[in-house]
Design a protein around this ligand. Sequence first.
Ligand code: UDP
Length: 140
Amino acid sequence: MATERTLSIIKPDATRRNLTGKINAKFEEQGLRIVAQKRIKLTKEQAEGFYAVHKERPFFNDLVAFMITGPVVVQVLEGEGAVAKNREIMGATNPANAAPGTIRKEFAESIEANSVHGSDSAENAATEIAFFFKPEEIVG
Ligand code: UDP
């Protein structure tokens, strides 16, 4: 499998509980390298733009409101099959369905406040990485 990059976001519920280090340890222990990272406060416009694919979904407005309740940590993870690997490490969207040992099983508060975002395809990863990072900010 090829080396890939994926976009990860540590969401406001997790930064509020000071879980950045514990979440990053899961990525690193399971073979993903954090090759770019910054802590930012999303604007409403940024959150709406990032989640534009979900604009018609019933949870869109609440999701955008949640994503601006506090700081997030946006990061680029690199490794063999990083997109799928990160989805495995994250666990299912709804923490009630997430496998033991996954970030969402251990840390998520709800289906909305589920601690992390991860790109769901290599194509979306490229778009999402470019949304937050300039090429020179990513150091592999
Ligand atoms: N979400 C929500 N309610 C739902 C489904 C999703 O609030 O019923 C939120 C949740 O924070 C999720 C995000 O919307 O992580 C994006 O949803 P998606 O289906 O893309 O899940 P993900 O790829 O994050 O697992």
